[in-house]
Design a binder for this molecule. Structure first.
Ligand SMILES: O=P(O)(O)OC[C@H]1O[C@](O)(COP(=O)(O)O)[C@@H](O)[C@@H]1O
Ligand SMILES: [Mn+2]
Length: 649
């Protein structure tokens, strides 16, 4: 029996038996709608165009919907063109107008009828009120009418045709098509799960963030690269240096300067002064669009890249020394360099450095910044802290993100659950207490949130730990061999050993144990993760542990497509089950608009179940408990314990 005070409160919202009955009927009806489609994306690494394509096309699912709806009544080309229009309506309309030889009036009418048909199908999964809320304001009334009448219904056929004819006559067809295509995109997916690593390597993470913030239903599982940016945005100088180093390594200056208004001039001046005669060959940017860069531009970027890398190594050293708890003294590499002989000594073995020009390093005090370096990093950190856009994006990470998520029976996280060599949960001591498994993740999340609220450097240091620490579930590797990768050639030194979890994730019993420890059903649940690109080229499968665990990082990041051999995976979980889609490299929007979408996605059906309804989901369970509350309210109304307040007629 619910508390009477609680029911009194509820009675304010539902003041009469009739109101309660209406709501119960409404909720029960919702429980029987098909489960909404979940769309999982991971490791976008700044690839805005590919991301946007996935979002607009629901990762190829729209193309399949069109096939289902129109079957053989349309040709393959017609279906392809329709899909292209829905994905890129503005650009495709422009293209059609210049290339179509028939009557445009006819084209508009036929196209609008087809779009309405598709829209009806994708909206049929939702309540009328949810669809109404999603309608674009310009065409709210008209779309509501068109979606809810049958064109063949007696007396309505003329009315329906009249609406469509008038839209075309009044030259509103372009805007109407753009609006309805946007609606189809929106309704095709109910919720978007982003499994982390939006940032670094590619040019457009800020654009991805803008797009996500427009979306109505998104959750993010923080990736190590996102955590890095979260720390940088809070003004943490070590992480700012790291963010800039990676950006310069991939010559992504635009994202910083134009996207976030971060002025790189001070760093440029430092680089040109301090490294003016240094060829900086280890720091040449990785650029795929070579032709846009002149040699002198590349050299400038390389020098800035080196300048910030050295600042990063120094600041990291300072952090490691002040934070003994992180147990990271193995990374105090600047102490291990003989600056006269140009060698690095690790565990008694000497490795020659590829170059040894360190004009800002005092060999007796290698971690101290020069006055000039300090001035530059101070300025840069004020730019990061004052970038309004960056601050908004990071706030969004905190409000819509978490370290892991349990959703409809599945467990979602970016990297790993830390295990030891024996496959048991790895213990970690934090602030004097021992944690492992779920508790460890919860503790890390608490620390990440504390950093945002206190903004104390010693708290923000924990974000750095999550970026690269030995026991970080997002990084999941023993160390980050950045210095060695720049300055030594010995491949053994470049290795970054993965946590034993990556061996055990192939083991079904371990994956089941993990699901159970999160209070999830190991029979029906799945673990869904990103972080490690699946080397499809070498025969690796994204399905591990008999399909209990899925790794959906297939390399949306262009920089990793050579390793993976594909352009990424996306996962869809609709009312029929889980479907994994693999993608061929994204070419360009213009090419797709011209040539039409390619049918290049393979779909593997992982689980074909009876059709799931909202009643089978987490939301469904909440609705069921609301129904129970309402039933009790009805009982107390009837027994007179609470008075009904009937509306006056
Ligand atoms: O390939 P890049 O851009 O040099 O980055 C290499 C670094 O990125 C990392 O792989 C981390 O990034 P991921 O989370 O994408 O794996 C480090 O372990 C490694 O040192
Ligand atoms: Mn990652």
């Amino acid at each position: 029996m619910r508390d009477l005070d609680y029911l009194k409160l509820l009675s304010k919202q539902y003041p009469s038996v009739a109101d309660v009955a209406n709501e119960i009927i409404n909720l029960k009806a919702i429980l029987n709608l098909p489960k909404g489609t979940e769309h999982f994306l991971t490791d976008m690494h700044g690839e805005y165009e590919a991301f946007s394509y996935h979002l607009r096309s629901a990762s190829g699912v729209l193309k399949f919907k069109i096939d289902d709806i129109f079957g053989h009544t349309l040709t393959m080309d017609e279906k392809k063109n329709l899909a292209t229009l829905i994905i890129y309506p503005e650009k495709r309309l422009k293209y059609v107008k210049t290339s179509y030889s028939g009557s445009m009036t006819e084209w508009y009418k036929v196209t609008i009828y087809r779009l309405i048909t598709i829209c009806k199908v994708v909206s049929s999964k939702y309540t009328r009120s949810k669809v109404k809320k999603a309608l674009p304001s310009d065409f709210n009334y008209i779309l509501d009418e068109l979606l809810n009448i049958e064109s063949k219904q007696l007396n309505k056929e003329k009315y329906y045709n009249e609406i469509v004819d008038t839209i075309v006559e009044l030259e509103r067809a372009d805007r109407f098509i753009v609006a309805i295509c946007g609606l189809v995109q929106k309704l095709a997916v109910d919720i978007l799960h982003i499994m982390g690593d939006i940032y670094d390597r590619g040019p457009g993470p800020h654009l991805i963030m803008d797009e996500l913030m427009k979306h109505s239903n998104v959750d993010i599982q923080w990736g190590n690269h996102d955590i890095l940016w979260m720390g940088a945005a809070l003004g943490h100088q070590t992480m700012i240096a790291e963010v800039l180093r990676i950006a310069l390594r991939y010559s992504n200056v635009e994202c910083l300067e134009e996207g976030y208004g971060i002025n790189l001039l001070p760093l440029g001046s430092l680089a040109m002064t301090v490294y003016k005669d240094d060829p900086c060959k280890e720091f040449m940017p990785k650029v795929s669009n070579e032709q846009f860069y002149e040699e002198k531009d590349k050299l400038l970027i390389a020098r800035m890249h080196k300048a910030i890398a050295i600042i990063q190594f120094k600041l990291e050293g300072q952090l490691i020394k002040r934070k003994e708890e992180f147990k990271r003294t193995d990374r105090l590499l600047l102490d291990m360099v003989d600056y006269e002989r140009g060698v690095l000594t690790i565990d008694g073995v000497e490795y020659p450095l590829t170059s040894c020009n360190f004009p800002t390093i005092d060999s007796n005090n290698p971690y101290v910044l020069t006055k000039y370096e300090k001035e530059v990093i101070d300025k840069l950190s004020s730019y990061f802290k004052n970038s309004e856009k960056l601050q908004k994006h990071i706030y969004y990470f905190y409000t819509n993100g978490s370290l892991y998520l349990k959703y409809n029976g599945n467990l979602l996280y970016h990297g790993c659950i830390l295990l030891d060599e024996k496959g048991d949960y790895l213990n970690a001591f934090i602030e004097g207490k021992k944690y492992k498994g779920v508790e460890l993740l919860d503790k890390y999340e608490e620390l990440a949130r504390r950093a945002y609220f206190t903004r104390k450097e010693s708290d923000i240091d924990w974000l750095w730990y999550l970026w690269t620490g030995r026991k970080s579930p997002m990084f999941a590797k023993e160390k980050m061999a950045t210095f060695e990768r720049y300055f030594t050639t010995d491949k053994k030194l470049h290795e970054e050993k993965l946590n034993p979890y990556f061996k055990y994730r192939e083991d079904e019993s371990i994956c089941r144990k993990i699901l159970e420890s999160f209070d999830l059903d190991p029979d029906s649940g799945h673990i869904i993760t990103g972080h490690t690109p699946v080397k499809v080229k070498k025969g690796e499968s994204p399905l591990k542990a008999n399909g209990k665990l899925l790794v959906i990082d297939g390399g949306m990041s262009r920089a990793y497509q050579n390793t993976t051999g594909i352009a990424g995976y996306t996962l869809m979980y609709n009312s029929w089950g889980l479907r994994l889609v693999s993608h061929h490299p994204f070419t360009s929007e213009d090419e797709i608009v011209r040539e039409g979408v390619k049918i290049n996605s393979n779909i593997d059906v992982l689980q074909k179940t009876n059709r799931k309804t909202v009643g089978d989901t987490d939301i469904g369970r909440k609705l069921l408990s609301q129904i129970d509350d309402l039933k009790e309210l009805m009982t107390v109304y009837r027994s007179g314990q609470i008075q009904e307040r009937r509306k006056k007629l």
